[in-house]
Design a protein around this ligand. Structure first.
Ligand code: AHR
Length: 461
């Protein structure tokens, strides 16, 4: 198999590295028993699993979303801050078991700092209030001599947490979930109160609103576009079906892109009586939950969330990342759901932890991606390539070969480095004992590179 990979010299748009994010939720053993495992000898004195932390540092997501997900509907941040013995041990009535009170706001922000991620918080609309959310903002970001900023200080955190990204609700349209906000008019009316309280507390925060169908999105933007920094879009594929990505773009992503383009052209009318500034930059998309989620329900996996990913799934993830890069003029944030155990690149049980196959494309794309997108053309249907330009003028191409045959790729410039990530078969699945993924440097220094069967190539030009 032969292919030619060509690219334009001009860049298309800047790439926001916040597209390489992850998500953690109080759901099964993502946080409790994954990130935080208080009784486990593998954990530190605060209950943080040291082995899992090392894997998360290696993954190093650019942004981390917390505490949900669906669970935000019962999450009251004040139950989980301060001295451990004063925190409330609450039942997790959404997903079962209990909320991990040992891992509250401060522990989340500390975790983000350790793994190099920007914190992103989702507030509780269904059973919380705008005032409670604003107090959370003050607890995180307050610098004055005021109650919630002082509360943070009294918990040992003198410096503000500077949490910039806040999601106003999660999948609020979903009828099975808690809350009255399934009705878009209720969502808008209540979201606006959250905006006012939260922005009056810290005018610099960036807000993410829930999107759904065309009618919902238009209504939200008609009312809130002046304060909307991001529209949240979620995307779950049932299996590693490559065709799904194109259908998702056509049916779900492109309509939101067209809509935000329309609203980005409109002039913002904003009364100065609101006492906080309106949005200053174009609205973007936060693809703040995405992954393959197979829904394999069983007695030990009541919500079918413990997916084990084969190498084909990792190739799918690489192709999904290529798609996101191509749409990086519109996508400003993206969070693979989730980070540990629950539909996740990292798995842990009480005895150890390991990297799933999908860990590898996430890590390598985040590490090697440039800052601007190039227009790349590849004439082979089994090879999917994107190109990015670095500030120093170097180029990185990501090429995914989904076929069982090697492809010889002719490039316009000489490759100076070629990293290959592959498994010997599409069907291999990592576990606690076996990591089948091979990452190695292939020969470079030529304008021809070999893309092995079922491989991801990171090519530096
Ligand atoms: O990621 C699992 C769940 O999927 C989240 O809680 C919810 O937001 C989505 O439906």
């Amino acid at each position: 198999m032969k292919t030619k990979i060509t690219f334009s010299k001009d860049t298309k748009n800047q790439i926001d590295h916040k597209i390489f994010g992850n998500f953690i939720e109080h759901l099964e053993n993502c946080i409790l028993g994954g990130i935080c495992d208080p009784e486990n000898p593998l954990s530190d004195e605060k209950g943080i699993r040291k082995d899992v932390l090392e894997l998360c540092k290696d993954l190093s997501p650019s942004i981390l979303r917390f505490p949900g997900g669906t669970v935000v509907g019962i999450y009251h941040w004040q139950d989980h801050v301060g001295p451990l013995n004063e925190r409330k041990k609450m039942k997790n009535i959404i997903w079962g078991d209990r909320l991990c009170h040992e891992f509250g706001t401060a522990e989340f922000v500390e975790y983000c700092r350790k793994i190099g991620a920007e914190p992103m918080i989702c507030v509780n609309m269904p059973t919380g209030s705008a005032e409670e959310a604003a107090h959370w903002v003050e607890y995180c970001n307050g610098t004055d001599d005021t109650y919630y900023a002082n509360l943070r200080r009294s918990h040992g955190y003198e410096e503000p947490f500077n949490v910039k990204y806040w999601c106003i609700g999660n999948e609020s349209n979903a009828e099975p979930d808690l809350g009255w906000q399934h009705d878009v008019n209720v969502y808008i009316r209540e979201a606006w109160e959250f905006v006012k309280y939260m922005k009056l507390t810290d005018p610099t925060i960036k807000l993410v609103f829930v999107s759904h169908d065309e009618e919902w999105n238009r209504a939200v933007l008609d009312s809130l576009s002046s304060v909307c920094d991001y529209m949240s879009v979620h995307c779950y594929a049932r299996k590693p079906d490559y065709g799904f990505i194109g259908r998702f773009v056509e049916r779900n992503l492109a309509p939101v892109e067209a809509l935000i383009d329309e609203y980005n052209k409109k002039e913002i009318e904003f009364s100065h009586w609101y006492r906080f500034p309106h949005r200053a930059e174009p609205i973007k998309i936060a693809l703040d939950e995405w992954n393959i989620w197979s829904h394999n329900f069983s007695e030990t996996d009541r919500y079918g969330l413990m997916d084990r990913y084969d190498w084909k799934s990792a190739l799918w993830v690489a192709k999904f990342l290529n798609m996101m890069l191509r749409h990086s003029d519109h996508i400003g944030i993206a969070n693979m759901a989730q980070m540990v155990n629950v539909i996740a690149p990292i798995c842990a049980d009480k005895d150890g932890s390991f990297r799933q196959t999908i860990f590898y494309p996430m890590r390598e794309y985040r590490k090697h991606c440039g800052t601007a997108l190039l227009d790349v053309c590849c004439d082979c249907e089994n090879v999917d390539a994107v190109g990015t330009l670095h500030e120093n003028g170097q180029i990185t191409l990501f090429a995914v070969n989904t076929s069982g045959d090697a492809a010889t790729a002719e490039l316009e410039l000489k490759a100076t480095a070629h990293k290959v990530i592959l498994c010997d078969s599409e069907n291999l699945i990592n576990d606690m004992q076996n990591d089948y993924v091979k990452v190695f440097d292939a020969p470079a220094d030529s304008d021809t590179v070999i893309l092995p069967p079922y491989s991801i190539s990171v090519i530096r030009l």
